[in-house]
Design a protein. Sequence first.
Length: 377
Amino acid sequence: MSNKKTVLVMGTGFAGQGHAKAFREAGAEIAGIVGRTPSVVAEVAEKMNIPYYGTDWKEALKACQPDIVSIATPGGAHFETILDALEAGCHVYCDKPLAESSERSEELYRKSVEKGVKTAFAASYRYMPEVIHAKRLVAQGVIGEPREVESISHFNLNPDIPFGWSHRIEQGGGRLNNNFTHLLSIITYVLGDTVTAVSGEVRNDMKKAPVVKGVHNFLTRRDFIPENLDDPDLEWGEVNAEWSYTVMAKIESDYPAAQPVSVLFKHGGLVPRFTDDHIVFYGSKGALFVKGHYGAGPLYLYNAKGEWEELPLPEDIAASLPDIEDDTQRNWTHLASLFVKDLNGESVEPYQTFKDGALYQRIIDLIRENRSWTELS
């Protein structure tokens, strides 16, 4: 008998297949996969050589009796499936968001503690190589006392993307759930996990989206944009999720600092970028500029000479991560590896859990309330 940890995956799209690959790379065995469309789940199972597949989640839990459940569906579909997994005593690896509301996210966290199982929250872009590099440099005191952070990104998404889960808050959609979670994870990974205060606002500039059948993969949804958007027979779905946000936060740094670090997150989902998206860490002695919305790099140091100097990625950081070119897949795999090693009793660095997922959803709910304005007469 194999002593590998067994995994049951919920979701057959880009994330579901990515989670399955991640756990195989981590040394686990994929026992089964579950999806909502019979033909799609059968096709994915055959392609990935997964022995069990089906559309009934509860039946799959009974049949596979997995050690680990991996949740790779939109956030609005997480709550019941995770509860079932926790009741079955499974450890759970879940993509962001943990659930569509802070109340449900906190319930899942409390249930995981009650059941005594381990959990992993996959806001996993904190494992980008240059983000790890930035964390090391800040810890070494290269920029002195951390003071400010700026995270700026513009995605210029097509507003005619077919209607789906990303357009509805109750289904786990919105830019806060699917962009901000990664950025907050990156900043807290570098500076420290204690967020002491938050304020912000959101905007929804996409009031409707065309309803199109046949979209099963999040990555290929652009291919289904109707050619004639003026077709009188075209059905439209109502959009209630935000497509841009501005958030200010205060973070208690793990490193000596006279005050909490001030952080600005500015994201425009529908607007074009003029210059590079970036994340910048400012300190009392210098600054680190990481190019790319999720810190893909390169990384630059503002040095004592008053110049921006590009720093190469240290070889040991590159060697510590899975040898996978795709950023998303590499990050999923790295977290899955930490999770499996932890379950096997090996010592690993701390990783995010349902505690973090519940906190993130509470922060997102507060931002969406838009309560921070003072009206002027």
